[in-house]
Structures are given as structure tokens and as C-alpha cells.
Design a protein around this ligand. Structure first.
Ligand SMILES: Cc1cc2nc3c(=O)[nH]c(=O)nc-3n(C[C@H](O)[C@H](O)[C@H](O)COP(=O)(O)O)c2cc1C
Length: 204
């Protein structure tokens, strides 16, 4: 039996916690070994936008409550953002790819410039140096010139910049529909088939 794919997910302090949890649930339902690292502001984001019950130490149960027991097909391992000795800090650790969702402009700047100050930044640096898939989901508006330049630096280094810009052609009825769309885009970028939103067929 082939080993479950390992995917790193980072949550940082930009608005859009719903995108992060939908992505986590979808990866878990795919049977992934998800390695999660959440910055201090990412932890605050989960509580502020989703409530205390979605705090990192209760996230597994919260995901199952919202998205159902399919999330049990995968495993969720949480690392401290200060643990620069965690397995995902090394290129020899076999993760297939990584998504930073949502990605703050601060973390974007750190990744763009290879700073590796935190586990989020180091794990992203590992993805770039090992030429594995790194999906960056930035959220800020409007954007300054330094922020735009940092996006270009990441794209030039091989990352996929996948802005938190849900579409409306699928006629979303709820915030969950918008989150499904973004999570679906992220799963596609990481190489997974999914049914999170209807594929475009040429007309609505
Ligand atoms: C309520 C709140 C909302 C924020 N929203 C954003 C945002 O959408 N985009 C962003 O780049 N930063 C945002 N920030 C600022 C970041 O959280 C801040 O720059 C932080 O230092 C990011 O650190 P991190 O990347 O380690 O999570 C927000 C902060 C707060 C408190």
C-alpha cells in the first residue's frame, strides 16, 4: 500500500480562517498526513473568525464537527511555529507540498526573502529549495509595491501565488461555498482531484 501523501499547511494572521479549515478538512478527507503549523496571529485568527472551539488544540474535533467524519481518513500533526527542529524544517522529510493559507504580508515578505525565522518560513524555504509545490494564498487589499514585489519574488522562486479571490460564476449561496471554491483551487494546485466546486463547462 502506498504511503499517505504528506502535505504541510501553514495558517498565518491574514483574514480568511474559513479557507484554511476547509482546506485542512478536504486534505484530511483525501487521507493525507497533514502537518500543520500556525503562527501566533494565525492562532488568534482561528479564534477571532471561527470561535474559541476552533482553537488549534481543539481543531481536529472542530473539523470533524463541521465537515464530518471523513476528516478521520487523514492524520493531523501540529507543530509549534518556534520549533525550527521539527521534521518539516528539513529537506529530507518527505512532504509532497505546502500551502500557506491564508498568507499574511509579513510571512510573504519572509518567504520571498528566504528569512526562515519561523517554522512557517523555514518549511516554505524547504519547499522552494527542494523544488516542491508551494502554494501561497495571500490576503490583503489594496497591496503596496513592496507586497506586490514579494509576490513576484515568490513566483520567480517557483511558488504558486493563488490569491484569496473566490469566483462567483458558480453562484455561491454561502460563505462555505466561497471557501469550497478556494479550497478546491488549493487542492488542485497540490495535485488532488476533488469535487469542491463544479468545473466550468462554458456556461452557468
Ligand atoms: C484582526 C486582524 C486582521 C489582520 N488581517 C490581515 C490581513 O488580511 N492581511 C495581512 O497581511 N495582515 C493582516 N493582519 C496583520 C498580521 O496579522 C500581522 O502582520 C502579523 O504580524 C502577521 O504575522 P504572521 O505572518 O506571523 O501570522 C491582521 C491582523 C489582525 C489583528
Amino acid at each position: 500500500m502506498s504511503e499517505a501523501p504528506g502535505i504541510v499547511v501553514a495558517i498565518t494572521g491574514a483574514s480568511g480562517a474559513l479557507y484554511a479549515v476547509r482546506t485542512l478538512a478536504a486534505l484530511l478527507a483525501e487521507g493525507c498526513r497533514v502537518e500543520l503549523v500556525v503562527s501566533d496571529f494565525g492562532r488568534r485568527l482561528l479564534r477571532d473568525e471561527l470561535g474559541e472551539e476552533a482553537a488549534v488544540d481543539r481543531l481536529g474535533a472542530w473539523l470533524e464537527g463541521k465537515y464530518g467524519e471523513a476528516v478521520r481518513r487523514g492524520t493531523l500533526q501540529v507543530y509549534s511555529n518556534r520549533d525550527l527542529g521539527a521534521p518539516i524544517a528539513s529537506g529530507s522529510h518527505g512532504s509532497r507540498g505546502m500551502a500557506i493559507v491564508p498568507c499574511s504580508m509579513k510571512t510573504l515578505a519572509g518567504v520571498a526573502n528566504g528569512l526562515s525565522r519561523s517554522l512557517v518560513e523555514r518549511a516554505a524555504d524547504v519547499m522552494l529549495k527542494e523544488q516542491r509545490r508551494l502554494v501561497i494564498v495571500p490576503r490583503e487589499t489594496p497591496m503596496s509595491l513592496p507586497q506586490l514585489r514579494n509576490l513576484v519574488l515568490c513566483a520567480e522562486a517557483g511558488a504558486m501565488v493563488l490569491p484569496a479571490m473566490p469566483a462567483f460564476y458558480q453562484q455561491p449561496k454561502s460563505l462555505d461555498d466561497l471557501a469550497d471554491f478556494m479550497a478546491g483551487k488549493i487542492l488542485s494546485a497540490l495535485g488532488f482531484d476533488h469535487a469542491l466546486y463544479p468545473m466550468w463547462t462554458g456556461s452557468v
